[in-house]
Ligand binder design. Structure first.
Ligand SMILES: [Zn+2]
Length: 384
């Protein structure tokens, strides 16, 4: 749907683009301690998923002055009814019943006391960002939420994700404002399985995931998963080999993501923005730099300007390097604001590393994804 009656036209202008940010101190209070057993010294001190990468990103935005240029949007927690549009009652009950003590949401989804409330606030943060973009309060928005959401499935949490933040927010937005064609582009290093399966039979939601091939979950994310009944072509996977860098990602974006979004013609674009495809991430084996994230953001902004009047929400997913996530996130926010790329203080010039350019086996992986997407109709009339 491209309903100009409900969506006032705006002139895209990178220099005057307004950017909102959603953040809450309580996002950093969520605990997700995995028990690595007695072979790991003080595992509560050394964890993969901690608040630090996101907290330090917010701190860096403050120190650099970018935070002063962002409009803060305060979230409200989503309700149980909001969750039930996406999740099963048994699963919601299970998480809610463990709220006081903390507990377990599923596979690798431990949470501390108050975890149900913080997870509802996280999904509410995504909704607040989407709602602000949809209503034209802001051109774009960055939702710095935690816990993440893209692995959570209808009936269970997975991979640090308790509730499917983007799916819950999209369905809440639809319940409030009517039908919307939504495109979700997931560039987290891991497959966006939760978002994919929740929307698998929905022809009005395009889900696209760029991820390290079979990293997590290992049993989803193939090019053959192209959408369910009545929605063939509404899901696109681009599994990339480990070691993929800027060349592979930009090629995948140009050959698959951009044509898929163009063919779909969304009303709004949502990016599931993990930073764990960075070269410094301990939880994946990819090679992206902060400037590569900035280039991906430029490309998605250009697509938003063309198709959605600039409506774009960028949603924090994974990212496990407290050292480098802030630099990568800062580059994305600076790009949303229309700024040029700053020098990378951490890696200096990661893009100059050998093998950052597109390699033949990476090109073959992109070609396979493009072929499958084309066969499903996801790329429209374009043939590959
Ligand atoms: Zn991830």
């Amino acid at each position: 749907m491209n309903d100009t009656a409900t969506q006032p036209a705006r002139e895209p202008d990178a220099r005057s683009r307004t950017v909102a940010i959603v953040h809450e101190e309580r996002y950093f209070w969520h605990q997700s301690y995995l028990d690595y057993g007695p072979a790991v010294q003080d595992h509560q001190l050394c964890q993969m998923e901690t608040p630090e990468s996101r907290r330090r990103l917010l701190n860096l935005l403050d120190v650099s002055g970018l935070l002063d240029r962002l409009r803060r949007v305060r979230p409200q927690p989503v309700t149980r009814a909001d969750l039930l549009r996406v999740h099963t009652a048994d699963y919601v009950d299970s998480v809610e019943s463990q709220n006081a003590t903390g507990g377990e949401g599923g596979e690798y989804t431990p949470f501390g006391p108050g975890g149900y409330d913080i997870a509802r606030l996280s999904a509410g943060g995504v909704h607040a960002a989407l709602d602000a973009v949809h209503r034209g309060v802001t051109d774009t928005a960055f939702a710095l939420v935690r816990p993440p959401g893209h692995h959570a499935e209808r009936d269970r949490g997975r991979g640090y994700c308790l509730f499917a933040n983007i799916a819950v927010a999209v369905e809440k937005l639809r319940a409030e404002h009517g039908p919307l064609r939504v495109a979700v582009v997931d560039w987290d290093a891991h497959h966006g399985n939760g978002t994919q399966w929740i929307f698998y039979d929905d022809p009005d939601t395009l889900t696209v995931s760029l991820h390290q091939d079979r990293l997590y979950p290992s049993d989803s994310g193939t090019v053959e998963e192209t959408g369910g009944t009545g929605a063939t072509g509404a899901n696109v996977n681009v599994p990339l080999p480990p070691g993929s860098g800027k060349g592979a990602y930009l090629h995948a974006f140009d050959e698959v993501v951009a044509p898929a979004l163009t063919a779909f013609a969304p009303d709004v674009i949502v990016v599931a923005c993990g930073f764990d495809a960075s070269a410094l991430d301990p939880n994946a084996r990819m090679m992206l730099s902060a400037t590569a994230f900035a280039e991906l953001t430029q490309r998605i902004l250009a697509l938003a300007d063309t198709h959605t009047g600039g409506r774009l929400a960028v949603v924090q997913e994974g990212g496990y390097s407290p050292l480098y996530v802030p630099t990568c996130g800062h580059a994305v926010v600076a790009t949303l604001l229309g700024d040029g790329a700053d020098p990378d203080p951490v890696t200096l010039d990661l893009d100059a590393d050998p093998y950052q350019e597109l390699q033949p086996h990476q090109a073959a992986a992109v070609e396979a994804a493009a072929r499958a997407a084309s066969a499903s109709g996801a790329l429209g009339r374009q043939s590959v």
